[in-house]
Write a protein that binds this ligand. Structure first.
Ligand code: SF4
Ligand code: SF4
Length: 56
């Protein structure tokens, strides 16, 4: 299990700044989670203005 960022991402970068393991990175204008390093803390989902990060 890990958080994944869905297609509603608007590329604001707020989640990447909050991620404690720095496992979120920009990729072509949107942001993606390196699932191997996600500890499922939920910080990305808490700060995202559009609710794009979801536990999957
Ligand atoms: Fe990073 Fe936590 Fe989001 Fe996983 S749940 S991507 S560790 S902020
Ligand atoms: Fe995308 Fe939400 Fe992260 Fe902003 S906070 S980059 S909208 S997933």
């Amino acid at each position: 299990m890990a958080y994944q960022i869905d297609s509603s991402c608007i590329g604001c970068g707020a989640c990447a700044s909050e991620c404690p393991t720095s496992c979120i990175a920009e990729d072509g204008g949107v942001f993606k989670v390196n699932e191997a390093e996600c500890i499922e803390c939920g910080s990305c989902a808490n700060v995202c203005p559009v609710g794009a990060p979801k536990l999957a």
